[in-house]
Design a protein around this ligand. Structure first.
Ligand code: DGL
Length: 284
């Protein structure tokens, strides 16, 4: 990590940081990098401490803040929390309490608000299923944010606590994954048969997309956040020219994990769709 730190300082890079508890953020990073390949990026997955989904507010805040500080040390002026759980449980405290102390010039953005802003354009029945981790769902963040933009939409939230472990432990292709995908979708649709749109409010869930589609009627559309967050970031950078000018543009991507790098490289290469060679991060 020390070597990397000096490398970055010598390179004088100021990349965009993209953070998740593990692999899920790669589904967002893929869309961001495809839309804006010109910038430098660092992706970091805190796989060593994933899943975050069942952890307390304090723990998610403490872990997320530690990772945000790590990105700042490497020179990132902007960090995207490509994780709904961290966005729901840590973002506001980081923005309001930590950032003023850490660095008033830097920014940390999440994924919930940009998703809430556009979800109304997907649904005709105004009945939307929101699937997320226990942390995201119990925070009530999606009901609150969606009601600000679309008070007519009825949100049906459901926690799917087994889905992230299936991805993190490499079981996303297994029969066990089929069982848990069908189980939660049945539960959601039995409770709200008029749903026409299901939002995957966890960045890990698109990695189960084939199985999710398999257990849903065709008329229900499934919304993943990658494209939404990428569009929203492009819009943000267009409106914040000083920030945009501060990000370096060599089209580079660096990947880091807090767990075994060969495991990370193996799965991340599949999820990201390009060869990934990660570095290990030891967070003290
Ligand atoms: N990708 C994270 C999210 O969007 C999953 C969190 C986890 O349980 O680690 O919520």
């Amino acid at each position: 990590m020390v070597v990397t730190f000096y490398l970055y300082k010598m390179d004088n890079k100021r990349p965009i940081g993209v953070f998740d508890s593990g692999y899920g953020g790669l589904t967002v990073f893929k869309s961001i990098a495809a839309l804006m390949p010109q910038y430098d990026y660092i992706y970091m997955g805190d796989n060593g401490r994933a899943p975050y989904g069942n952890r307390s507010f304090d723990t998610v805040h403490q872990y997320t803040l530690q990772c945000v500080e790590w990105f700042f040390e490497l020179g990132c002026p902007l960090v995207i929390l490509a994780c709904n759980t961290a966005s729901a449980k840590a973002l506001r405290t980081i923005q309001q309490q930590n950032l003023p102390r850490l660095d008033v010039e830097k920014r940390v953005l999440g994924v919930i608000r940009p998703t809430a802003e556009v979800i109304g354009s997907y649904t005709k029945t105004r009945s939307v299923g929101v699937l997320g981790t226990k942390g995201t769902i119990t925070s009530g963040s999606y009901e609150i944010e969606i009601s600000k933009f679309f008070p007519d939409i009825k949100v049906h939230p459901l926690a799917c606590p087994m889905w992230v472990p299936l991805v993190e432990y490499g079981e996303y292709m297994s029969a066990g994954a089929d069982y848990f995908v069908e189980k939660y979708l049945d539960e959601l649709l039995t409770g709200a048969p008029d749903i026409d749109t299901i939002l995957l409010a966890c960045t890990h869930y698109p990695l189960l997309m084939d199985k999710i589609r398999k257990y849903l009627p065709e008329h229900i559309q499934v919304v993943a956040q990658g494209g939404i967050v990428a569009d929203s970031l492009a819009d943000y950078l267009q409106r914040h020219t000083r920030m945009e000018e501060g990000i370096t543009r060599n089209g580079s991507m660096q990947f880091y994990t807090t767990d075994d790098t060969s495991d990370f490289d193996h799965h991340a290469t599949t999820f990201f769709g390009a060869n990934v060679h990660s570095g290990f991060v030891h967070l003290k």
